[in-house]
Design a protein around this ligand. Structure first.
Ligand SMILES: [Zn+2]
Length: 225
């Protein structure tokens, strides 16, 4: 009897454990498949994101290396690549145009910060001229030369490509007129100063934020413009 009792459950045990084993194998397979799926997904994700990062880097590098690799063509009409701002377009220092992306980064950041405060004051502040290619500056200078007749007179209004602070990306001309007055008052908070007495629109980083602007030069012939 004892033998029967003890042996009776025996046949069911292997069956149960067999089912359990099968379930365990099935569960294991499902889990393994899920894991493989997850791994594949994450691997794909990993592969994609470095790619995106790489291409983002490539594009930002190409923007940053404009100075050497993406110089505007030396012939044909001037384009945005020369720092030209399309007529009738109001752009701010944060715009995605070479005229502002090729500015000295510290100057651009200062103008962007000032623009943010001006906007809060209800005063729009646009960049009418930022960085210019040497060829663009040369054309402006040639036009001034034709207009004023002598180098001495022309240089009071337009700097040569060799001396222009626009070509070096260290100056911005801003507008409209009210923004010029606004920046004259608030610009020094950001280190921004009007540097030529005859160019109320022309600003450069010329002091430390909150500092005092240096005395203005009479006109661009004395340094840059
Ligand atoms: Zn200027």
């Amino acid at each position: 009897m004892q033998i029967t009792n003890s042996t009776a459950p025996r046949p069911t045990r292997p069956v149960r454990s067999g089912i359990l084993t099968l379930l365990a194998i099935l569960l294991g397979t499902v889990l393994a498949a899920a894991l493989v799926g997850l791994v594949l997904l994450s691997v794909t994700g990993w592969i994609q994101s470095p790619d995106e990062t790489a291409s983002a880097h490539t594009s930002s590098v190409s923007v940053g290396s404009d100075v050497t690799s993406d110089e505007p063509p030396q012939t044909g009409p001037l384009t945005e690549a020369d720092g030209l701002i399309p007529a009738g377009t109001d752009i701010t220092a944060g715009a995605d145009l070479p005229a502002v992306t090729r500015l000295n980064p510290a100057l651009r950041a200062a103008v962007e910060a000032a623009t943010a405060e001006a906007t809060l004051d209800g005063q729009p502040l646009y960049v009418t001229t930022g960085w210019r290619s040497a060829r663009y500056q040369g054309q402006l200078y040639d036009e001034a030369l034709a207009t004023y007749g002598s180098e001495e007179d022309a240089r009071q209004f337009v700097a040569t490509p060799e001396t222009s602070t626009h070509v070096t990306g260290t100056a911005v001309d801003i507008g409209p007129l009210d923004a010029m007055y606004w920046l004259l008052e608030h610009g020094p908070d950001y280190g921004l100063c009007q540097t030529y007495a005859n160019e109320i629109w022309h600003f450069e980083l010329a002091t430390t934020p909150g500092g005092t602007c240096p005395e203005m030069l009479p006109d661009a012939s004395h340094l840059g413009g």
